[in-house]
Design a protein around this ligand. Structure first.
Ligand SMILES: Cc1cc2nc3c(=O)[nH]c(=O)nc-3n(C[C@H](O)[C@H](O)[C@H](O)COP(=O)(O)OP(=O)(O)OC[C@H]3O[C@@H](n4cnc5c(N)ncnc54)[C@H](O)[C@@H]3O)c2cc1C
Length: 570
């Protein structure tokens, strides 16, 4: 059933910041290597790095320091981060931003004196977010894609990775099985090193921000390959997702944090301000606090016509709002809302997964030959990610992975793949082609959205998490019994939707299991039955492998709770 087999020294899954940086660095280290970037969409046109609005955190200013960036990251992550990973992030972010500007051709906004402009972002003690207006991701991805196109780097576009295939001994990676979405045929790529950089993406929630191609495929493949995943309960919600009805994909997309920062009010369905009742910082509290307050208000039923809340900016002066938030005003106008002078419906929206595959600072994983970088990896951000640390994470570790893979494949040879594993993966993908009564996938998708939103979302408790696990098992069985309406293979997007849902259900189970295991509230994870945070000195992270969650102690390798690396504060 495999129509084509290809060889590539290095195979990269995903073309976001992580994948493209890895390709460029591996090529720079050893230009004679065969390197292939395989991607579900079109290179440069998909994934979330392209969607980055706010910017990139990096300690560039003389008054800032890597120690300060590190402490903000560790404290923001509620002491769950792997400190060696966080340290690498803050140190190498400086090199990467210089490479982006000086070698790859990005233009970031500048001050009048020629220095790079850095803006304020929530949760940080210094204004360190480098940006290009509010379209930073487009600048980064366009320049990276151009550089990849200009080099001898292979591309498999509209190729969906469906399984990581080990060698016949099961001890190392031998390659990856794909579906060529253009023909529907199976393609196997043998590789000496593989990078998992498919970018996670919590699109199993009713409201979410990431691009539609992100359906946790990499994490689902890693779970099936028996790799440990950490911090899976940590899902970040952004408070102000646009709520414009079910007919538009604009619902769930982000209205930037600066609106609340500038003094915007959140109102309930009765048009009353409620945030001061929840937190002294009101609308300026952190993302997790505001999202929880909003969810509680929604639960009380005092909601807008679409079931959310309002953001109101008019008291700041409509002209001023139009000037300061041009892009946001236009986005809202596209959906019939007047942000400058009226009310806009909003709802918290699932934004980012802090959890992912456990990995070492050199991007190696428990499976020799398999590397991971970007949002597929876990441990850098702990219980919460600072805005601006996401794209820093994917570019920093993508580059590390590229360097390491180039060294890894030196002297390595191709392995013989486990043929039975390829056959089993194909059998899995073929399930919806079996004869049966064709049906719509929509009810199953709605079920997933609803149960994750209600039971595994912003507020969680033991009973809801247990119910969710049973619901997810039932949903998985329903998906296995489901039949495609069309047996066409080329660009059969319903087939790919089914595969998307299979990945999302597998990863949702991991989130629910990890959330049930963490009997405390911390960072993005809130348990109404355990509202307090445990002792920080005894911090442990969840690690899930083969459906079993264990708690592993956090190693405070650089700083312990109560201490700081900042000399003048110590
Ligand atoms: C709206 C929005 C705004 C954001 N703003 C910021 C910000 O201001 N600052 C910040 O730091 N972070 C921000 N983030 C987070 C940031 O985008 C991510 O942290 C980061 O870009 C992830 O990079 P990545 O390379 O891991 O994944 P991505 O850039 O998402 O790339 C993943 C790639 O994998 C491909 N892929 C997926 N599945 C498969 C498969 N099965 N087979 C083959 N390929 C596959 C995708 O098509 C894509 O090419 C934002 C995110 C969103 C959604």
């Amino acid at each position: 059933m495999v129509a084509k087999t290809l060889d590539s020294d290095i195979l990269i899954l995903g073309s976001g910041g992580a994948g493209l940086f890895a390709a460029l660095h591996a090529h720079k280290a050893m230009p004679q290597l065969s390197i292939t970037v395989a991607v579900k969409g079109l290179l440069g046109k998909c994934g979330c790095t392209r969607m980055v609005q706010g910017g990139y955190n990096v300690a560039l200013a003389r008054e800032d320091s890597i120690e300060r960036h590190f402490m903000d990251t560790i404290q923001g992550g509620a002491w769950l981060s792997d400190q060696e990973l966080a340290w690498k992030l803050v140190v190498l972010a400086i090199e990467r931003i210089k490479e982006l500007e000086n070698e790859l051709g990005c233009f970031f906004d500048r001050n009048a004196d020629g220095t790079v402009h850095q803006k304020a972002f929530a949760g940080q003690t210094f204004d360190r977010t480098v940006h290009k207006g509010d379209l930073t991701g487009i600048e980064i991805i366009n320049r990276l894609a151009e550089q990849v196109w200009a080099r001898n780097i292979g591309r498999l576009e509209e190729h969906r990775a469906v399984e990581l295939i080990k060698d016949s001994s099961g001890k190392s990676i031998a390659g990856v099985l794909f579906i060529d979405m253009r023909t529907g045929e199976y393609v196997f790529v043998r590789a000496k090193a593989v990078l998992l950089a498919t970018g996670g993406g919590p699109t199993m929630y009713r409201y979410h921000t990431p691009s539609g191609d992100k359906t946790c495929d990499g994490l689902a493949m890693a779970l099936r390959a028996g790799l440990p995943l950490r911090d899976m309960e940590m899902v970040q919600f952004h408070p102000t997702g646009l709520l414009a009805g079910t007919h538009t994909r604009m619902t769930g997309t982000v209205l930037e944090e600066g609106l609340r920062g500038a003094g915007g009010y959140l109102l309930n369905g009765a048009k009353e301000r409620f945030m001061p009742r929840y937190d002294p910082k009101a609308e300026r509290a952190t993302r997790d606090v505001v999202s929880r307050a909003m969810f509680s208000e929604i639960k009380k039923g005092n909601v807008t016509p679409h079931g959310g809340l309002y953001i109101s900016m008019g008291h700041l002066g409509a002209d001023q709002v139009r000037k300061q938030f041009k892009g946001m005003v236009e986005r809202c106008a596209d959906c019939g809302f007047d942000l400058a002078g009226g009310l806009v419906e909003v709802v918290p929206t699932a934004h980012y997964m802090m959890g992912g595959v456990e990995f070492a600072p050199d991007c190696t994983t428990a499976l020799p030959g398999l590397f991971v970088a970007g949002e597929d990896s876990g441990g850098v951000h702990g219980a919460n990610r600072l805005g601006g640390n996401g794209v820093a994470n994917s570019t920093v570790f993508g580059a590390v992975a590229g360097d390491q893979m180039a060294a890894w494949v030196k002297g390595a040879s191709y392995s013989e793949p486990d043929r039975a594993a390829i056959d089993a993966a194909i059998e899995f993908c073929e399930r919806p082609f079996r004869r049966g009564s064709p049906a719509s996938l929509e009810p199953l998708r709605e079920k997933l959205y609803g149960l994750m939103w209600e039971k595994v979302g912003i507020l969680r408790d033991a009973a809801g998490l247990l119910e969710a696990q049973a619901d997810l098992n039932a949903l998985d069985r329903a998906l296995d019994a489901w039949t495609l309406p069309s047996a066409e293979r080329a660009f059969n997007l319903t087939w790919h939707d089914w595969l998307n849902l299979k990945s999302l259900v597998a990863v949702s189970r991991a989130i629910a299991l990890a959330a049930a295991a963490r009997r405390e509230s911390r960072g993005a994870h809130f348990r109404t039955d355990f509202p307090e945070s445990g002792a920080l000195e005894q911090s442990a992270f969840t690690s899930i492998k083969d459906g079993v969650v264990s708690m592993k102690p956090v190693a405070f390798t650089r700083v312990s709770p109560g201490q700081t690396l900042l000399r003048h504060v110590a």
